[in-house]
Design a protein around this ligand. Structure first.
Ligand code: G3H
Length: 482
């Protein structure tokens, strides 16, 4: 809230997923610590955000769009100066490869500049008056109030900023809780937040989410909840808000994106896309392919190519050149992945690739599990990790039924070179998920495309132009011309 304090309270020690070998086996490396705020201290930050908004009369919500843009540009300039430190912190905190951490940083900067351009266009439009039936009207985009913003550990900078920056630039005040894994990397931005925005406009709260966030929601002072994370947490938080009907939620949630590989697919292309789609950043992406449906007649050929492709991936430390698979940050993840495999084995499937499912320390070698069927956890739970569940099918109708029954509705990928077959799938599938990809993996970008989901997978839409709308309301100034 504009005040940097020396911290004498409790701290949380941050251990990197990167391990060192010790006499007791592989151990995670201690890389830093951050303050653990109490609920009362988080409440003070909330009060600072409420005061800065001041019912829409604060300096920030009443500032001209042009000036807000200048402030965000200054912030971005200061952020760019910290690039190397932030990229290395992303790498150490979440184990993302150095190359992908740098891409995450660059994509974030591009996203901010694209948001600025989009807002400049919108602002030009809203300075015009439209005359309809004797009324001259100016349509504005006005802020919504205090935004509680929480991003995910897998894109701790990028996905946080795809909500924080549009919310901020539209004149809202922000309460920002960094993800549990991916907190330290926000430290180098503290000075920039302080220098570029009035006091109380951006408030970063450090600590344990389950201890501080419910109280913030229960206060009833949050106007917008934006979270990229779990559907369960989002639902609980929404319900705890006393005036939930007045709360706007912008949410990116659980997903179980499916690939469908038909006998008409170009198998090597399908395998290449499915490997990247299911295993980039170790499968820890909401858009990752989390289940693969393969026609029974081509299943053996598909699995052979898939296993060869996985065996060729480089496994190692995040700073190594060309590394594709890296250690996992979530401490309980490997137990969960092993549980999924044991459960699948109990129902007759097995790990079918060499070394699949082997683990040591925070390393887990990707496992291809086959044949997956309905009773198994891997059939409908989002594993969010390096397991590729493969289901054989006989009739395409089975894949459509799967998507109809699923509680998730983010994306699907169809692999087929038969135009008629693809056309017959598009309409039923686009009414189940929010993006159908043809002969390519699922993904969020390019960032100007709408990013959302049906059912439990999302609320609201994010993209450069959509986020500006999501964090503002169209309001009208109307003059009756007599
Ligand atoms: O984890 C969820 C992200 O939205 C995935 O984004 O498809 O660009 O990797 P991405």
């Amino acid at each position: 809230n504009g005040v940097m304090k020396t911290w004498d309270g409790p701290v949380h020690e941050v251990f990197s997923p990167v391990c060192v070998r010790t006499p007791d086996g592989l151990q995670r490396v201690l890389i830093g610590s951050y303050p653990v705020c109490t609920a009362a201290e988080a409440g003070e930050s909330l009060d600072a955000a409420v005061a800065a908004y001041n019912n829409g009369r604060g300096e920030w919500p009443t500032m001209s769009v042009a000036e807000r843009i200048q402030r965000v540009e200054k912030f971005t300039g200061m952020m760019i100066e910290e690039k190397e430190v932030i990229v290395k912190l992303i790498m150490w905190e979440i184990g993302k490869s150095y190359a992908d951490s740098a891409k995450e940083f660059d994509r974030t900067v591009e996203y901010i500049y694209a948001t600025i351009d989009s807002l400049k266009n919108l602002d030009r439009d809203s300075s015009r008056f439209e005359i309809v039936e004797g009324i001259a009207a100016q349509v504005r985009r006005s802020p919504l109030g205090v935004v509680l913003c929480m991003g995910p550990f897998n894109y701790p900078l990028n996905e946080t900023f795809t909500t924080l920056i549009p919310a901020l630039i539209m004149g809202n005040t922000i309460l920002f809780k960094p993800p549990k894994f991916g907190t330290l990397l926000h430290y180098p931005l503290q000075a920039a937040f302080r220098d570029c925005f009035p006091a109380g406009v951006v408030n970063v709260i450090y600590g344990r989410g389950n201890a501080i966030v419910p109280g913030l929601m229960q206060s009833g002072k949050i106007n917008v909840l934006t979270l990229i994370g779990s559907s369960k947490v989002a639902n609980e938080l929404k319900k705890s808000h006393p005036k939930v009907n007045r709360l706007r939620a912008v949410l990116g949630l659980d997903a179980k994106n499916a690939a469908i590989v038909t006998p008409h697919a170009d198998l090597s292309l399908a395998v290449k896309e499915i490997i990247t789609g299911s295993l980039s950043f170790n499968g820890q992406r909401c858009t990752a392919l989390k289940i693969v449906w393969v026609h029974r007649s081509i299943a053996d050929d598909f699995l052979k190519l898939l296993n060869e492709g996985i065996a060729a991936l480089k496994f190692g430390m995040p700073w190594e050149k060309g590394v594709a698979l890296t250690p996992l940050p979530e401490t309980n993840k490997i137990d969960y992945l092993n549980e999924c495999i044991a459960d699948a084995r109990g129902f007759g499937a097995d790990v079918v690739n060499v070394n699949g499912g082997m683990s040591e320390g925070s390393f887990f070698y990707p496992a291809v599990v086959y044949p997956v069927s309905k009773q198994m956890k891997l059939y409908d739970e989002e594993q969010f990790g390096p397991i590729v569940p493969v289901v054989p099918f006989d009739d395409l109708e089975e894949t459509i039924e799967y998507l109809i029954e699923s509680t998730h509705g983010q994306q699907v990928s169809i692999f087929s070179n038969n135009a008629e077959e693809v056309a017959s799938l598009i309409d039923p599938l686009v009414n189940q998920v929010s993006r159908v990809n043809i002969n390519s993996q699922c993904q969020r970008g390019p960032d100007v495309f709408p990013f959302t989901g049906r059912k439990d997978s999302a609320e609201g839409t994010l993209s450069v132009p959509d986020a500006i709308r999501a964090f503002s309301i169209r309001s009208l100034v109307a003059f009756k011309m007599n």
